[in-house]
Structure formats: C-alpha cells, structure tokens
Design a protein around this ligand. Structure first.
Ligand SMILES: Nc1ncnc2c1ncn2[C@@H]1O[C@H](COP(=O)(O)OP(=O)(O)OP(=O)(O)O)[C@@H](O)[C@H]1O
Ligand SMILES: [Mg+2]
Length: 408
C-alpha cells in the first residue's frame, strides 16, 4: 500500500507516525515544506520518496503540484493522510484529486470549522453548547444576548486556546471585542462549567479499534491563563467509570454523525457538575500534547504503528488492554530569565518513585526557555503511570508541585 503523508517530519509526533507506516510495510511518499535535508534521519529512512513544495498551505497549488509530481513518476497512491490540523482540508482535496478513500472535502471542513461541526452534530441530536457564528462586533453582541452569561468567544478555527475569552459580564464582552480585532470570524458559545476530557479514537472501516479518554487537569483554558500551573492530562485506565463512560458514548455518536470511518480522531468534551455530558470540539487527526505517548504507556504498545496498521490493514494486532493510568505533566519554567538555570526536586522524586515515571524530557539546563503559549509541552514533559487512579494523581501532583524549573 502506498500512503501519501503530508508533512511527514513536522510537528512533534509526525516522525513517529511516518516511521509507523514504514514499519507495517507501507510505502510512504512524503509531501512537505521542509527541505529534504532537514528531515530527521528516522523520517528519511521511512520515506520511499519526498517532494518539497513551496507553499504547503496554498491548497490549490499544492494539489496541482503533487498530482504533477506523482504523474512524472508514473505512480499512484492508495491513501492520503495528514495528522496536523492545518492540513486536514488539504489532505481531503488531495484525496478528491487522486481518487483515494477517506474524509471528503465537505467532511474535512466540518472538522475544521467549529460552527459547521456543531451544526452537523445538532442535526444528529447531540448536545453541543448553545452556539453562533459571528463576523462583526454586533454579531458577537447579539449572540451573547441570546446565549446569556457566562459565554465564551473563540476563533472559528483556533488552536491551543489562543484568543479564547470567557465572558461573565458586559465589561468582559467589550474587553474581548477589543482584543479580538485581528480575528475575522469567531464562534460564540454558552460557557460550560465542569471538567474537561478528551475522547481519542483509532478507527478502521467504521469500527473503533482503540479508544482513550484523557482528563485535563485543569481545563486547557485555565492552564493557558495561569503560567504557574503545570498542566496535566491523565489517560484513564478504566473507561467504564460512570464519570467517563458518558463521554465514550458521546464519542461514538459524534464519529457516526460526522461519517468518520478510518483514522485517528481527537475529540474534547465536558462533564457538568450535574453529570450532563456536552460536546466540545473534534479534530480529524491525532491529539497534540504528546497524548499518543501517554496512551502508548497506558497500554504498553505502539499506537503510532497501531494507527498505521489500522489504516493499511483494517486491524491492530498488538494487545491494547489498558494496564495503567498514564499522567502527562507539562512544566513551565518560573523566573524572569530566558534560559533554564536549574531544575529542583526531580532527583528526589526519581529516587523515591522512579519506577512509576517512565519518561522525563525536560529542556536541558542552559537551553533557552520555551513559550508555553506556542508549544504545549512548554519547558518539558514527564509521564507517570500506575494501575490505580488515586496513586496516578498523587504521582502527577508531586511532579507538578515539587519539580521546579527555574529560568535565570
Ligand atoms: N463552550 C465552552 N465552555 C467552557 N469552556 C470552553 C468552551 N469552549 C472552549 N472552552 C475552553 O477553551 C479551550 C479552547 O477551546 P477549543 O478546544 O474549542 O479550542 P482550541 O484552541 O482549538 O483547542 P486545542 O488546543 O484543543 O486545539 C477548551 O479546551 C476549554 O478549556
Ligand atoms: Mg481544544
């Protein structure tokens, strides 16, 4: 099977998915805007061919360019994949041009546009936050008048909680309108109080072959607004827990309504204090925030290769029994400097609990600190895992509270 992979080397997890495809025996044709020489060694080794395009996000041009490249080499492809949010529609346009199965352009647009997505789900009777699309200040005000406070306003195609504002009063609304001047189109929604989770799935031919729920501690928007927090995402071992199973059911209904049959999806949902489960958003791609690594450590398997096998053979032959809860903890350096000066508290925790901490990947001392608003992993990430949820949370909280990265 020949798979055309968009941006096989960037961002973070793409080299793993590219390697996964090669590992299950697929021929991988890469298309991206990185120069070939800049690709990681593992990516180069996994690719059968690579084509660098000038403007990857100029969709019409890239589609023509890729079609021409394939014709020149007298080759065809069986599937087109993109696990990076901005390329989801591009992948669908390439599928249409090259006659490959998978999400159509219309479906891909539902996944990219937070209003169309919710309209399709509303029509299927799925509980979404009360919502409106707005293109002007007046439309935002009108939407808020209909929804009432608290409300939330966010870019129609946003990412990483950027430019997202909670509105609890008329003052909040006017402040947000000022701050949103550079955004052409927004989604205005009822603000859902409660806990926030993911529902991540790998499907083939309409069957869910693997599913995961991660619990965000705290909600991503709160984490973005509070730089002192070390955000966590807990991949849950037991999806049958009453607090979780409603989200799994919701996930199945959402996939069905959007006609998602094959591939990785990443959905977010809320559980209100009264137990009601509400849809948040969904992407036709793997999750960011190193969540796939957390899932791998919760099942002791390789879901990069698992996804590739699902795509190419319609099954996953690895044992995917959940053995652990796996907590991912992101660190943000404290202090005013622009380089990491020291890391405190980690050695002690590793001595005491190291057998439960299979992964530590912090920005090294002396290296520049990172901007957590640009990179979800911030100044580094760690994973703790344990079969017991209470123990997992205790370990995660120790890593969040006792490990201090100082920028000096
Ligand atoms: N209706 C809502 N009610 C409460 N909180 C919300 C609502 N919509 C968004 N949020 C908060 O804002 C965050 C960002 O919103 P959303 O997930 O829609 O956008 P995003 O920026 O695309 O996120 P991602 O980082 O997952 O790409 C959510 O994770 C959630 O914490
Ligand atoms: Mg989100």
């Amino acid at each position: 099977m020949k798979v055309l992979m968009i941006s096989p080397g960037f961002p973070a997890d793409m080299p793993h998915f590219t390697r996964g495809l090669a590992q299950v025996g697929a021929k991988v044709l890469g298309v991206g805007d990185q120069p070939k020489g800049g690709l990681e060694e593992s990516v180069k080794q996994s690719l059968t061919a690579y084509h660098q395009v000038a403007q990857l996000w100029d969709e019409e041009r890239t589609v023509e360019d890729v079609a021409k490249w394939l014709a020149q080499h007298r080759t065809t492809v069986d599937r087109v994949e993109c696990m990076w949010e901005p390329g989801v529609v591009l992948a669908a346009k390439l599928r249409a041009k090259l006659g490959c199965p998978g999400l159509s352009v219309e479906q891909a647009r539902w996944f990219r546009d937070k209003e169309s997505m919710k309209q399709v789900l509303d029509a299927a009777g799925i509980r979404t936050p009360h919502h409106y699309r707005a293109k002007s200040k007046q439309e935002v005000r009108d939407a808020v008048a209909r929804i009432g406070f608290p409300a939330i306003v966010k870019p129609i195609d946003g990412a990483g909680s950027a430019d997202t504002y909670t509105l609890r009063s008329a003052d909040d609304l006017e402040n947000a309108l000022g701050a949103l001047k550079h955004i052409d189109e927004v989604s205005v929604e009822e603000f859902i109080e409660g806990e926030e989770f993911t529902y991540d799935a790998i499907c083939a031919d309409g069957q869910v072959l693997f599913q995961n729920v991660a619990w965000y501690r705290p909600k991503p928007l709160v984490a973005r607004q509070n730089p002192w927090i070390s955000p966590q995402a807990i991949c849950m071992r037991r999806l049958e827990l009453p607090e979780i199973s409603g989200g799994v059911d919701l996930g199945h209904r959402v996939l069905e309504a959007l006609g998602q049959k094959t591939g990785f999806t990443h959905m977010e949902w809320f559980r209100k204090p009264d137990g009601e489960v509400v849809f948040g958003e969904i992407g036709a791609r793997s999750p960011g925030g190193r969540l796939t690594h957390g899932m791998n450590l919760s099942v002791d398997a390789d879901l990069f290769a698992g996804w590739a096998e699902a795509l190419t053979a319609g099954r996953i032959s690895q044992d995917l029994t959940k053995k652990f809860n796996a907590a991912i903890i992101f660190k943000r350096a404290q202090g005013a400097g622009d380089r990491i000066a020291r890391v405190e508290g980690l050695d002690r925790i590793m001595r005491e609990e190291g057998q439960h901490i299979p992964l530590v990947d912090l920005v090294p001392v002396g290296a520049p600190r990172r901007d957590y608003r640009q990179v979800v992993t911030g100044d580094g990430w760690m994973i703790a895992r344990h079969p017991d949820l209470g123990e997992t949370l205790r370990l995660a909280d120790r890593l969040a509270n006792e490990v201090l990265m100082v920028a000096g």
